[in-house]
Design a protein around this ligand. Structure first.
Ligand SMILES: Nc1ncnc2c1ncn2[C@@H]1O[C@H](COP(=O)(O)OP(=O)(O)OP(=O)(O)O)[C@@H](O)[C@H]1O
Length: 920
């Protein structure tokens, strides 16, 4: 052993364990916890006798017990000491706090000791092993592949875009790996306890948790967490209101049972060290209504029994196991009080690069990969849909199946709707009925209506089950409900349903859920269409529910902050996204394009009646919706801020494919400017927006800031840009390829007045294209292109274009990196500029040299009023030039000059002396 107590070599190690224990005695006494496991093993191997063990156990405190053990093993000699160290090394989890030390001293067990047996008798680490084992078993496969077709998670899992948001839902950047999810980066509220993961239907929230759990189970997640409990929120809704359980039962009976814990050490440990526990709760949206209903008491003690939902809320709010890590997922739009949120992550689906990886994972044959890539590239709308992993999976799965079955199957072309995608999935499932034995010969003709007609009985039964469960507000169905709908044992493997595992506790495998909630919504819509008994108007029942005014979803934080006020009153059937999806699918199924297929499944007269009813309902509600929207005056004319409901309306109109309704909607927008900011518009929605805007004759400003439009969305909006006077696409994950489309369209039509592009991924190549827009669009006044990736090269293009423009009024360039070179170009542009009134060059890496050029040039400018130059690298050297500028007779009225890295009071003194200057 060296002076520092490190092993120098294996040979030396053999003779040095005894002294090692002496040298590190203090550390061992303070860190060694699980004594029983050490005693058990030393006894079993004969290094200690029963009497020794008794002596240790009679000692009162833990630290004294450790001292005693050390004394005893050292007395017994080198071999005992070596074995003692080997136990600590071998039972890794029980001695987790000593593992860094073993690493530090470079411990490697000798050959002699490795042949000796070590049994883990530590209850905590054995429980941890069991948790990992069960977690690994439960998470290694992607379950949604139906009952027979499981796929390994690691064979198909592909990263998705994980954006971190702050309290106000502004972007804080992106997570690069799942390890960062539990970490402290991007925490906006250190008092909050919930890591809140949001995302649209099918964007991969559950799979993300599954991956997290799987990594933990394989010890591949960088965390010191010892316990990991996973729950699906829907499980909490199957308890009765009167059910009462304890926290211990929730963890042990409904998650993982500790087999060897006579002294209750595990639960005590969890209570003592809650920071060592991670919980995941998947799908808060599914129980939010039940939570709203709860009369939640203020505090729940870990020993008391309570309703499971109350336990859940207490855990989430940190009333129970404060300090434990909790990841909660929910659909976008479910609001939770920010006081309980620690970190917010928004899932944005597959980026184009992710999609490419997913294609390669999904299709092993190069021929298929090429075919799919070519067909996807031809359809930006399909690409947009495929950025949602669920839809992508359905499209690829259907492609693979139908391509194997038929000679000439291609992915659906550009006019595919979400309904078509789910029809495709149903066709794949039902085709299992039609051809029970896979044939070697491909059928050249695919007859969709034949497949549906042959499968109508089970399809109608699954649809009925979906509708009934949805009306109950439930996502789980039992055997009785399944049989009551006329489904048989043979129908179950078709793929629509899958067994639920978590609630099999008492050995009954009788509960099922739909493959995905969105599939349940689709089938519920199918049931509404197929129903020949109920009045035709009953197809509209979910529309009625959704149009009722809804209260914002909220975790009952009254409870969290200790107020005694009651949560909001329950509505008998609160509208939610699942119903919105049902409405959307109803529109698709009753669309003109699907009349051929649906005509085979129900009487044509009834079908026509339902189609007419839906069309008339949609027309009326679009009219009244647009009429009721509050207008206000904005700089770009009369503006209207539409809400999420408008988006659902657009989606429905697109699914119907009705040009009449689209035309009427386009006409009904009387404002000159619509704001769709923060509406959760994703790229797939742009086709719907485009479908309506195509019918608009007049020009329109469109603000789509802070959505998830991406390059695919911009491609779909291409035909509408000719009408847009305001194009705001800030914070939308756009790259240069979007700017190519914008440049082509905006330069052609020259009507644009405002172009908003900040917080995207635009580089110098994109900046060059924006410069062309500035040069060639004579009405363009406002350009916002801050927080992109523009350097001095792009800065030069932009500055040159601005210099030539006589209309440009307001330019936002903050948060790029144009540096001094870019600043010099802007200085050139500013000298005598006739129209530029507002300019921001903040946070661009500009030093005093660049600052000096700008100040000098501005002395000759009579127009610029507001100039932002904060967060650059100006030093005191620049101050005299700006002092002179202030005193010069220019039009400047606001100069924002703070937060430079090396500025001192000298600058402050110099500039404040100018503050009496009358115009500043
Ligand atoms: N990261 C991913 N890699 C590969 N496939 C994925 C990924 N994420 C999702 N999928 C596919 O999409 C399907 C749906 O994903 P998931 O159930 O996680 O969505 P979700 O966001 O939880 O939806 P919902 O809100 O409707 O419950 C998965 O079963 C899987 O086939």
């Amino acid at each position: 052993i060296s002076k520092s107590g490190h092993f120098n070599s294996m040979e030396e190690a053999k003779v040095s364990c005894l002294s090692l224990l002496t040298y590190h005695r203090e550390l061992l006494v303070s860190r060694l916890r699980s004594i029983q496991c050490i005693l058990d093993n030393l006894l079993a191997c004969g290094f200690l006798c029963e009497e020794d063990v008794e002596i240790v156990q009679r000692t009162v405190t833990k630290t004294d017990q450790v001292r005693k053990i050390l004394e005893l093993v050292q007395c017994k000699g080198e071999e005992a000491c070596e074995y003692f160290l080997f136990i600590i090394y071998n039972v890794h989890d029980a001695y987790i706090h000593l593992q860094p030390w073993l690493k530090e001293i470079n411990y490697q067990p000798s050959k002699d000791v490795t042949v000796m047996k070590v049994v883990n008798t530590d209850p905590i680490s054995r429980y941890c092993e069991k948790l990992r084992h069960e977690m690994n078993r439960d998470t290694s496969f992607i379950m949604s592949y139906g009952q027979k077709e499981e796929t390994r998670l690691e064979d198909l899992y592909t990263d998705t875009v994980m954006e971190v948001l702050n309290n106000c839902n502004e972007s804080l950047g992106f997570l690069e790996s799942l390890d960062q999810l539990l970490g402290d980066n991007s925490v906006f509220n250190s008092q909050g306890e919930i890591i809140y993961v949001m995302g649209d239907a099918g964007v991969g929230k559950s799979i993300l948790l599954q991956k997290l759990q799987n990594l933990w189970s394989k010890k591949e997640l960088h965390t010191d967490t010892i316990f990991f409990f996973k729950f699906r929120c829907r499980m909490f809704s199957i308890f009765k209101d009167t059910d009462q359980i304890s926290l211990r039962d929730l963890l042990f009976k409904h998650n993982c049972y500790p087999d060897h814990d006579p002294d209750n050490e595990i639960f005590d440990y969890i209570l003592r060290f809650p920071e060592k526990v991670v919980f995941t709760f998947d799908g808060y949206d599914e129980i939010q209504e039940h939570v709203d209903l709860m009369n939640v008491p203020e505090v729940v003690s870990p020993e008391d029994k309570a309703n499971p939902l109350q336990l859940l809320i207490s855990l989430l709010c940190g009333k129970l196991l404060k300090g434990s890590k909790k990841v909660l997922t929910a659909r976008t739009g479910i609001e939770i009080q920010s006081t309980v949120i620690r970190k917010k992550v928004m899932l944005r689906g597959f980026s184009p690069a992710h999609l490419k990886i997913y294609i390669d994972l999904h299709f092993k044959e190069q021929e298929h990969r090429d075919l799919v890539s070519v067909q996807l590239n031809a359809s930006p709308y399909l690409c947009g849909l495929c950025s949602t992993p669920l839809f992508c999976w359905i499209v690829f799965k259907s492609f693979r199946h139908l391509h194997t079955m038929h000679d000439n199957f291609h992915l659906p072309d550009t006019c595919i709707t979400l309904t078509n995608i789910f029809l495709l999935l149903s066709e794949v499932f039902l085709s299992r009925l039609a051809s029970p034995a896979p044939s070697l010969l491909k059928k050249s003709t695919r007859c969709t209506s034949e497949t549906f007609t042959a499968g109508l009985r089970p399809l109608a039964a699954f649809a009925k089950l979906a509708l009934q469960s949805m009306e109950r507000g439930s996502f789980i169905c039992n055997q009785e409900e399944i049989s009551a709908c006329g489904l048989t044992e043979e129908d179950l493997p078709l793929g629509f349903l899958r067994p639920v595992h978590e609630i099999d506790g008492n050995g009954s495998p009788a509960t099922f859920e739909f493959l995905h909630i969105t599939l349940q919504s689709f089938l519920a819509a199918f049931a509404l269409v197929l129903d020949e008994q109920a009045a035709a108007s009953s197809i509209l029942k979910f529309f009625m529910e959704c149009s009722r005014k809804r209260q914002p979803f909220c975790l009952p934080v009254d409870f969290c902050i200790g107020s005694s006020s009651k949560p909001s009153e329950k509505k008998p059937f609160a509208p939610n996204e699942h119903l919105q999806f049902t409405n959307l699918f109803l529109c698709g199924l009753l669309s003109k394009t699907n009349t051929g297929l649906m005509g085979h499944l129900l009487s044509p007269i009834l079908l026509r009646k339902k189609q007419a009813l839906l069309k008339s309902y949609l027309s009326t509600s679009v009219k009244s919706h647009l009429h009721g929207l509050p207008h206000h005056s904005a700089s770009d004319g009369k503006a209207v801020h539409v809400l999420g409901n408008f988006l659902w309306m657009l989606r429905c109109i697109f699914e119907t494919g009705s040009k009449d309704i689209a035309q009427m909607t386009a006409k009904g927008i009387t404002a000159e400017f619509i704001k769709l900011g923060y509406c959760n518009v994703y790229s797939g929605d742009c086709t719907a927006l485009n479908f309506v805007l195509q019918h608009r004759k007049k020009l329109l400003g469109v603000d789509m800031d802070n959505n998830n439009i991406s390059d695919y969305g911009v491609m779909q909006l291409k035909p509408s840009f000719c009408k847009m006077t305001v194009v705001r696409l800030c914070v939308n994950h756009l790259s240069d390829s979007s700017i190519e489309i914008l440049a082509e369209e905006l330069r052609k039509h020259k009507v644009v007045k405002t172009l908003g592009l900040y917080n995207n991924h635009i580089t110098d190549a994109g900046a060059k294209l924006v410069a062309q827009i500035i040069e060639e669009c004579p009405k363009l006044r406002i350009v916002k292109i801050g927080n992109n990736k523009i350097t001095s090269v792009g800065g030069r293009y932009l500055a040159n274009a601005i210099q030539k423009s006589t209309s440009i009024f307001d330019v936002g360039m903050w948060g790029n990196s144009i540096g001094d070179k870019g600043a010099e170009e802007f200085a050139q542009a500013l000298r005598n500029h006739p129209s530029l009134t507002n300019l921001s060059l903040s946070a661009n890496g500009i030093t005093s040299n660049g600052g000096k050029c700008l100040a000098e040039a501005l002395k000759e400018n009579k127009v610029l009023r507001i100039f932002w130059l904060v967060q650059n690298e100006l030093t005191d050297v620049a101050a005299p030039h700006f002092a002179e500028l202030i005193q010069a007779n220019t039009g400047l009225s606001h100069l924002w000059y703070g937060k430079h890295t090396c500025m001192t009071t000298l600058t402050l003194n110099l500039l404040t002396r100018c503050l009496h200057w009358p115009d500043l």
